[in-house]
Design a protein around this ligand. Structure first.
Ligand code: MG
Length: 382
């Protein structure tokens, strides 16, 4: 079999799909995208295409290493997102060619169904509680909330109290009926992370995500020593080589690589195994589309330390399209009592509605995150 063509489709809300075609008529889909940098990743995919066309798509390991090691400069968000989407499409082709889901090719199921959670936006506790109650009717009991809006390098007791009041309101209304993680989103700096974690401890969140930015990872071990809240990070780490340093330094209880940013299935399966060796849980980041989610689930189904899967149904970013709008086999992604069952179809297990993708690509928005500023006019972390 030979790879004949790579075609990218940027679509609403902020995603990009990749179709990899072969001379035997088998087609694989991937989702190579970096939110806000879709066009840059698209250019990287097209550069990799020059070395992929004419190659055997079944040799995923060699093609991955060629994309990674075959070029002097490697790694980082753009290149690893491009490799990620291409890698997903190659696994999709292999599974379809052999007639089995990807998890069969990775050794088979370690669980029957995967626990998923839902984002809840908003800042007013009453709105958050109402959203959670609505989602609880749909079977969810696990959620993630943002911890704060912009937060100063040295912020005030009032800012801490505002962040705590939101979590306290949810905790007082719903108690242990729900569990939730709190995403600091890299908005909190090292000096403030410690007091904020301490103030949130009584509400026993499942985890705090990106307590400080990944580039401040040396603080994770120190912060973990100061709090009983499990710390999570990984959506802005792009390879085994970055996770290696964090796992060795300690402090992170949950790694959250993104299957569309950290080299795809090939790389994230290895990151999950590395984490397992350190007794660290695996919870892939996925605020993206259905191909990315399917890729995450394939690795979750074979990784004993996979504990939670993020998914973007109803997420505040999904303007112009929802998670399953481009999917034909929607029933396979049905969430029952907070779980998704092992996807039965060959390959990644997602049947992409190609006509709809082509139509959507004609009118794709160019999504970027907003630029936030502090009160003094300086740039704030979004
Ligand atoms: Mg996050």
């Amino acid at each position: 079999m030979k790879i004949t063509r790579l075609t990218t489709y940027r679509v609403a809300p902020r995603w990009m799909f990749l179709k990899v075609e072969t001379d035997e008529g088998i087609t694989g889909w991937g989702e190579p995208v970096l939110e806000g940098r879709a066009r840059t990743v698209e250019a990287a995919v097209q550069e990799f295409a020059e070395t992929l066309i004419g190659q055997d798509p079944m040799r995923i390991n060699d093609l991955w290493q060629t994309m990674y090691r075959g070029h002097f400069y490697r790694g980082g968000a753009i290149l690893m997102s491009a490799i990620a989407g291409i890698d997903q499409a190659l696994w999709d082709i292999k599974g379809k060619a052999l007639g089995v889901p990807v998890y069969q090719l990775l050794g088979g199921l370690v669980r029957d169904k995967m626990k998923v959670y839902s984002w809840v936006g908003g800042d007013r506790p009453a709105d958050i509680v109402a959203d959670m109650q609505r989602l609880m009717e749909g079977g969810f009991d696990t959620f993630k909330l943002n911890g704060t809006e912009e937060f100063g390098l040295l912020d005030t007791p009032r800012a801490i109290d505002t962040a705590v009041a939101k979590i306290a309101g949810v905790h007082d209304a719903l108690g242990t009926q729900v569990s939730f993680g709190i995403d600091f989103h890299g908005r909190v700096s090292a000096p403030m992370a410690k007091p904020l974690l301490k103030a949130l401890e009584p509400f026993r969140p499942l985890f705090v995500e990106e307590p400080v930015l990944a580039e401040q990872a040396e603080h994770y071990a120190r912060l973990a020593a100061s709090t009983s809240i499990p710390l999570a990070a990984g959506e802005r780490m792009y390879s085994r080589f970055e996770f290696k340093r964090v796992l060795e330094a300690g402090g992170i209880a949950i790694v959250q690589p993104d299957l569309s940013h950290a080299g795809g299935i090939t790389e994230c399966h290895k990151i999950a195994s590395m984490a397992e060796a350190y007794d660290v849980a695996f919870a892939p980041h996925c605020p993206l589309g259905p191909v990315a989610l399917a890729a995450c689930l394939q690795v979750d189904f074979v990784s004993h330390n996979a504990v939670l899967q993020e998914q973007s149904m109803g997420i505040h970013y999904n303007k112009g399209a929802e998670l399953l709008d481009y999917v034909i086999n929607k029933e396979d992604f049905r969430i029952a009592n907070g779980y998704i069952h092992a996807l039965p179809k060959p390959g990644l297990g997602v049947e992409v509605d190609e006509e709809r993708v082509i139509r959507a690509a004609k009118n794709a928005p160019d999504w970027h995150n907003p630029i936030w500023r502090h009160k003094d006019g300086s740039v704030a972390e979004w």
